[in-house]
Design a protein around this ligand. Structure first.
Ligand SMILES: NC(=O)c1ccc[n+]([C@@H]2O[C@H](COP(=O)([O-])OP(=O)(O)OC[C@H]3O[C@@H](n4cnc5c(N)ncnc54)[C@H](O)[C@@H]3O)[C@@H](O)[C@H]2O)c1
Length: 274
């Protein structure tokens, strides 16, 4: 018999934890035995994912609301306070919309929403939950950035800029919090088949055979491809990894290139444009 008592389950917060990559992360962490505090703006989707987790024997509670809003951040803080700890924080919410034709045609209200959705909530939620991690002298934060923090993406300059901010924040905060045993990392996805970027819509009108010239691993990412890297970074297996953004992209960052369209109507990174 082990001398150690029962292990305390990890408490893991996932923002945007209902659908897409966040949904897979919620299911994955719950499958590892964590109590998942699942935040999402979409109540119906959150309850559906929570029901799936519960039916599989996992533990989850939902915090419904826009993660940008202070009252949602307060509700997450309260949910953590009730449990007395937080071991993992996955700042997953992010979106390239509201989109515009190009930066010339974009508006300040669009930049503001892109800022809120991609960077501001990362600061807000981290600032709210970090004191508990510092107090307990442990914790792992995993942010969701994008490959476009590292390569240019025409028509999405503001989105790209804010996500570069996420990766820079990840590095700098990791330097600050290492002394408290708190690690901070990020993933940089590309081409995930999710409600935001569905495989079928992205491929419409294009020859699927050309995927290999576009994505070195020859396919779109399944949400579990991203969740497994998040789970690794959150785990003790990554105990000496902090301050990094790990691309999860099938190799597109290594191979990336944007090409001016032959019809001079902008840019594409797809190999079979008209
Ligand atoms: N899909 C990709 O190929 C791709 C590429 C690069 C980066 N990313 C990043 O990965 C993350 C997840 O992307 P995805 O494609 O899974 O997104 P998605 O839009 O498919 O799913 C996002 C989830 O977050 C929820 N959500 C949206 N806004 C919210 C808000 N304000 N407050 C709380 N919940 C909110 C949604 O309801 C949904 O459950 C984002 O940060 C995105 O920028 C995705």
């Amino acid at each position: 018999m082990s001398a150690a008592g029962p292990t305390v389950p990890r408490v893991s917060v996932v923002t945007g934890g209902a659908l897409g990559i966040g949904g897979a992360v919620s299911r994955r962490l719950a499958g590892l035995g964590d109590l998942v505090i699942l935040n999402d703006i979409d109540a119906a989707a959150a309850e559906k994912t929570a029901a799936e987790i519960t039916e599989s024997g996992g533990r989850v509670i939902t915090v419904i609301g826009d993660v940008v809003e202070d009252r949602t951040v307060a509700a997450l803080t309260e949910a953590v306070a009730v449990r007395g700890r937080v071991d993992v924080l996955v700042n997953n919410v992010g979106d390239f919309r509201p989109a515009s034709r190009d930066f010339l045609h974009s508006r300040p209200d669009q930049w503001q929403r892109l800022y809120e959705l991609n960077l501001l909530h990362v600061l807000k939620v981290t600032h709210a939950l970090l004191p508990t991690m510092v107090e307990q002298r442990s914790g792992s934060i995993v942010n969701n950035s994008t490959v476009e923090a590292f390569r240019g993406i025409p028509a999405n300059a503001a989105y790209s800029g804010y996500n570069a901010g996420v990766s820079a924040f990840t590095k700098s905060l990791a330097v600050e919090t290492g002394q408290y045993g708190v690690r901070v990392n990020a993933i940089a996805p590309d081409l995930a088949d999710t409600p935001q970027t569905p495989h079928d819509a992205m491929l419409r009108g294009r020859d699927p055979e050309l995927l290999r010239s576009w994505i070195p691993l020859g396919r779109f990412g399944h949400v579990n491809d991203y969740a497994s890297v998040v789970a690794f970074l959150a785990s003790d297996e990554a105990r000496f990894v902090t301050g990094h953004t790990v691309p999860v992209d099938g190799g597109t960052l290594a191979a990336s290139g944007w090409y001016a369209r032959e019809d001079r109507k902008g840019w594409t990174n797809m190999p079979n444009h008209p």
